[in-house]
Design a protein around this ligand. Structure first.
Ligand SMILES: Cc1cc2nc3c(=O)[nH]c(=O)nc-3n(C[C@H](O)[C@H](O)[C@H](O)COP(=O)(O)OP(=O)(O)OC[C@H]3O[C@@H](n4cnc5c(N)ncnc54)[C@H](O)[C@@H]3O)c2cc1C
Length: 573
């Protein structure tokens, strides 16, 4: 069936990849790789994608979850980037993924009377103007201090000198990445998770595919392809190194941590962005909860599981408490996650010759906005950097580079016209929420929850409930997820492990105070018959998930430091 990643049929994907030959093999199943697979497949190419762990298991499930132009880039004068990102934001909100990307108001509190309002106001006029007049999100507005406190009573009133409200958009990053990968599959891409590219196949200088290890079985096989695209985020250098290829850029890892807080911890009806001494802090509504972050520190540890520290937690709470009337403490924190920004830097000049072996006379690195596309060898293109928001443009650029030498002309990218799975038919499913809820014996809120997460594809989840009404029951107390979503994660979304479900398909890892560990048994029980797990395998899955969750949340279980003696001045807030 088009667009279905059925974990029970993984062998077919292995067989099809090994049979080849592909036009394009994509390495990496984050948003960039999923986007590249969709871009290439929708141009009529034969495409495969291999991902070492799970779709979005890297940075693409650990972001601030904003689809935004980025006010900070505006302040840095990067107008082109902001304009592009805003155009992408509007395309996703209005056409490509209205079920997944939603406009969100942000309140920007002002603390310096006279000087700050004209400065921020002018920035927001520019931000709005860059978007054009046919806009799916409202214009910014000025608020008085009273108006600001009405929307955000949580703010400390002293020194508050009013606020601005502007709009950006938010997304469940892991779900979005998964939906892009499914849409790629709907266009014929073969998507295989838990499969690592271990080295590149070569015919002289030319790259002709990749050797792949199936991480589930340990088997290795070759995937022949006319072009290989590396979209490995912070792993980029390792993938290049494994085949002795020198990339035309370096990736620097910068760790960003977010806290997830209980809804009542912050009394506000809008997102908020406040200046910190180093950068900005976002308060982002996340269902019934808040996401607050982020930090920005260099990282040189394990790329697969960057960990937050107690200092990260205290930094975020301290910065938040500079502007909040009722200070937050560790007891308000439900969840935590850390991600690595794949920041690109050109190699130092002595290590960056103008040409790489086998690549002719032209410089191989083409710097483009924040992302870098590199073609170090014939048949090989790689990309790093960029932002989630601009993934579609990144995908287009790297596929363009990969197919440049193809004997037959390849059509240009068409992804700006391709709604993702779940977008088509969305208004009708939304309008039918009441009837569908009644037909399937669900509360209307549960139906709306499904539509918000799957769009028009919510009816596929309903099909599972029709076949087994017990799947219509909630998965865990106090959370909107249904048991059917676990089954759907296996049958339609390629989930192979309990972690795939609890960390990325439903988000109990970050949303639940016990990081979803009490639901692990239930999740394993639903997955077991679908994936043929015996009792031992079930126990191992639960055990593995619990140790993964414990490592992810360790920073929350260290002793709380003594409170700061007094509130710091807000002058720099
Ligand atoms: C804290 C933080 C906040 C952010 N907030 C935002 C935001 O609000 N908005 C925004 O637009 N952007 C944001 N970003 C940036 C955005 O999240 C990233 O740019 C984006 O997710 C990177 O995606 P990627 O696909 O390039 O990398 P990844 O998601 O890391 O994907 C790379 C994948 O490659 C796989 N891989 C590695 N080696 C191999 C191999 N040998 N074989 C097969 N697979 C392999 C990995 O397992 C991984 O899944 C944020 C980033 C961070 C860290």
């Amino acid at each position: 069936m088009p667009g279905v990643l059925d974990a029970r049929d993984r062998e077919t994907a292995v067989r099809r990849l090994a049979a080849g030959p592909l036009d394009v093999l994509v390495i990496g199943g984050g948003i960039t790789g999923a986007g590249a697979a969709l871009d290439a497949a929708s141009r009529g190419l034969r495409v495969g994608l291999v991902e070492s762990r799970d779709l979005a298991a890297g940075t693409s499930s650990r972001s601030s979850k904003l689809i935004h132009g980025g006010l900070r880039y505006l302040e840095q004068g990067d107008f082109k980037l902001v304009k592009e990102a805003l155009r992408e934001r509007d395309l996703l909100v209005s056409r490509l993924a209205p079920h997944l990307v939603r406009p969100l108001p942000f309140l920007y509190p002002l603390y310096k009377k006279v000087v700050e309002r004209p400065y921020v106001g002018a920035g927001l006029v520019l931000y709005d103007a860059m978007e054009g007049t046919r806009r799916p999100v409202p214009y910014h507005r000025h608020l008085t201090t009273r108006g600001a406190l009405r929307r955000a009573p949580a703010l400390r009133p002293d020194r508050l000198a009013g606020a601005m409200v502007y709009y950006d958009a938010q997304v469940d990053d892991a779900r979005y990445t998964l939906t892009v990968a499914r849409t790629a599959a709907a266009h014929g891409a073969i998507v295989l998770t838990r499969a690592s590219a271990t080295s590149l196949l070569r015919d002289g200088e030319r790259v002709t595919g990749a050797r792949v290890r199936d991480e589930e079985t340990g088997r290795e096989f070759d995937v022949p392809a006319s072009a290989v695209i590396i979209c490995a985020g912070v792993w980029s250098d390792l993938v290049h190194l494994a085949s002795g290829v020198r990339a035309g850029y370096q990736v620097r890892m910068s760790k960003g941590v977010h806290l997830v807080l209980a809804g009542p911890a912050i009394d506000a009806t809008t997102g908020m962005i406040v200046r910190t001494r180093k950068s900005v802090l976002f308060f982002i509504p996340w269902g019934e909860r808040w996401i607050v972050g982020t930090t920005d520190t260099d990282w040189s540890g394990d790329r697969a599981e960057p960990t937050a520290t107690a200092e990260d937690v205290d930094y975020i709470l301290r910065e938040a408490n500079r502007v909040l009337a009722k200070p937050l403490s560790r007891s308000d924190v439900l969840g935590i996650y850390a991600g690595l920004r794949p920041l690109v830097a050109e190699p130092p000049p002595e290590k960056h010759p103008d040409k790489h072996p086998g690549n002719g006379e032209k410089p191989t690195t083409k710097l483009s906005r924040e992302h870098v596309v590199d073609t170090p060898l014939p048949g090989l293109a790689s990309i790093a950097g960029g932002k989630f928001t601009t993934y579609r443009l990144m995908a287009r650029d790297v596929v363009d580079a990969a197919v440049e030498g193809f004997p037959e002309p390849v059509p240009p990218s068409v992804t700006d016209q391709l709604p993702l799975i779940g977008a088509d038919g969305l208004p009708a499913v939304r309008a039918s929420a009441r009837r569908l809820a009644a037909d399937y014996g669900l509360p209307v809120a549960a139906m709306e929850h499904l539509t918000d997460r799957y769009g028009a594809a919510a009816v596929e989840v309903l099909d599972l409930i029709r076949a087994d009404s017990a799947l219509g029951q909630p998965l865990a107390d106090g959370h909107p997820y249904l048991r059917a979503e676990v089954a759907y994660a296996v049958t339609h979304e390629g989930a192979l492990h309990v972690e795939d479900v609890l960390a990325r398909r439903v988000r109990l890892l970050i949303e639940s105070p016990d990081a979803g560990t009490s639901a692990a048994g239930e999740v394993a029980a639903i997955m077991a018959p679908l994936l043929g797990w015996n009792r031992r395998r079930r126990a191992a899955e639960i055990r593995d998930y619990k140790s993964f969750a414990a490592a992810s949340t360790a920073a929350l279980h260290t002793p709380e430091p003594l409170p700061e003696p007094a509130h710091e001045a807000l002058a720099s807030a």
